[in-house]
Design a protein around this ligand. Structure first.
Ligand SMILES: C[S@@+](CC[C@H](N)C(=O)[O-])C[C@H]1O[C@@H](n2cnc3c(N)ncnc32)[C@H](O)[C@@H]1O
Length: 224
């Protein structure tokens, strides 16, 4: 018995995770070559344009479980890429709706048109499109409008975008909402502004770094 309990979706996800895993060494050697060198944003953008950089399988399954546990109905995902994590989140919404009725949506965000096109194909293939509102463009624009309380947010985005994404969504979080952010152990220093936001008492988060590979930030938006 898998966490998702959906063999067709598991097969699609297995191919996408395999593709993402294949790209990991290429990304690691690119990053090693760039380390300490001058940043060339155009080179970086072009290199990243066909990379999935999908959320690890165990982290994605954990997000699915969290969304089931809190009966998440409105989810925001900062960073959709080819849609791997989105599929887990949308499966959770589908299963919550199936279990208790009502409706639900995952708001995804992606600014690379090719990636967004591929993600939409995957959503169709999985039969999950009706649970996903993929917003194309820069999330600093596309997340300005959120209609209703947010139960869960996944932050899996280039690090400088993590804080702007959280700052836009946090006014919409309902008490008890969960925010998960990837690789906060590995890139602790780079996430300094994200942590400053989480740790500012006015923003009402309680947070801890879970020991997944690279660290996974688990933050709860509280009443007080
Ligand atoms: C780590 S990947 C997301 C992986 C995805 N969550 C998954 O599991 O498949 C981050 C994605 O965020 C996108 N991105 C980066 N900056 C963005 C921005 N300002 N607005 C929207 N998308 C952005 C990138 O193009 C990239 O595809």
């Amino acid at each position: 018995m898998t966490v998702l309990g959906d063999p067709a979706l598991q097969r699609l996800l297995a191919t996408l995770h395999a593709k993402s895993d294949e790209q990991a060494p290429v990304i690691a050697s690119f990053d090693a070559r760039r380390a300490g060198g001058a940043r060339d944003e155009d080179e970086l953008k072009s290199f990243r344009s066909d990379k999935l950089v999908a959320l690890d399988r165990d982290k994605a399954e954990f997000c699915y479980q969290l969304c089931r546990a809190i009966d998440a109905r409105r989810i925001v995902e900062a960073g959709t890429s080819y849609g791997v994590s989105t599929l887990y989140l949308a499966a959770a919404v589908r299963d919550n709706v199936r279990g208790a009725g009502g409706s639900g949506i995952v708001i995804g965000t992606e600014h690379e048109p090719e990636k967004a096109r591929a993600a939409r194909r995957h959503f169709e293939q999985a039969g999950l499109s009706r649970f996903i509102d993929l917003r194309e463009g820069d999330l600093r624009e596309t997340l300005k409008q959120i209609d209703g309380p947010v139960d869960f947010m996944l932050v899996d985005i280039w690090i400088p975008m993590a804080r702007p994404a959280l700052a836009l969504v946090s006014p919409h979080l309902r008490p008890g909402a969960i925010v998960v952010c990837d690789n906060t152990g590995l890139y602790r220093a780079e996430y300094a502004d994200y942590f400053a936001f989480l740790q500012d008492p006015r923003n009402r988060f309680h947070t801890m770094t879970l020991p997944f590979n690279g660290g996974l930030e688990f933050s709860v938006f509280c009443q007080a």
